[in-house]
Design a binder for this molecule. Structure first.
Ligand SMILES: Cc1cc2nc3c(=O)[nH]c(=O)nc-3n(C[C@H](O)[C@H](O)[C@H](O)COP(=O)(O)O)c2cc1C
Length: 187
């Protein structure tokens, strides 16, 4: 199963369009896919209560339960986010922080996920010189921290209006291919 995580608050925006392309590529290679739209899930920020430290379970019962379940079951995970102030959106960062319990499982309580999981990221920025490195670095640390092996990325600068990326043929094709590769590449 390929899990797409949509971190833009904008439905039909550039992250959404590219993520759909990617998931379509994965489906065309025979994978089942699910898409989680973070802004539609109720996800509170991590409060640093550290109750997950002994159990690997997050004490907060909200929309993250669905995200945690999907991340644990996934064979591949694609996170798509716009660049906001040279970093990730609040929705995406909030989701990442709430995965502390999954970090605990992988690194402290010895409940590692046994099957291999591949990761990909899609980032879009309105500026022609959008700064991707902060978001890249956070997403790579996130994936590594929860045991997902990072495989590919698509960074698209200079797209601002919602859905504008549809006219960027090469990037649209690349997003589709990334989805296919996530299914094809051996773990
Ligand atoms: C709050 C906010 C902050 C933004 N900051 C940046 C930025 O630092 N750099 C940049 O290139 N674009 C920035 N943008 C533009 C978005 O990255 C751009 O519109 C993008 O295409 C939105 O993606 P979406 O269509 O998936 O929502 C910002 C937009 C918003 C709303």
């Amino acid at each position: 199963m390929v899990v797409g995580i949509m971190g833009s608050p904008r439905r039909g925006g550039n992250s959404d369009v590219l993520l759909d392309q990617c998931l379509e590529g994965a489906r065309d290679k025979g994978a089942t896919t699910i898409k989680l739209v973070l802004r539609d899930l109720e996800i509170a920020p991590c409060q640093g209560c550290n109750r997950c430290l002994n159990t690997g379970e997050c004490a907060v019962a909200d929309g993250m339960r669905e995200v945690h379940r999907a991340l644990l079951q996934a064979d591949a995970v694609v996170v798509a986010s716009p660049i906001y102030f040279s970093g990730l959106t609040g929705q995406t960062k909030c989701m990442i922080d709430r995965c502390q319990s999954l970090w605990v499982r992988e690194n402290l309580v010895g409940e590692k996920v046994e099957h291999p999981r591949k990761g990909a990221i899609i980032l879009v920025g309105g500026d022609a010189k959008a700064v991707f490195r902060n978001a890249q670095s956070e997403l790579k640390a996130f994936m590594k921290g929860i045991g997902i092996s990072f495989r590919s990325e698509l960074l698209v600068a200079g797209v601002d209006k919602a859905g504008e990326v549809r006219s960027r043929e090469a990037e649209m094709r690349r997003a589709y291919e990334m989805g296919q590769e996530l299914v094809r590449i051996a773990p």
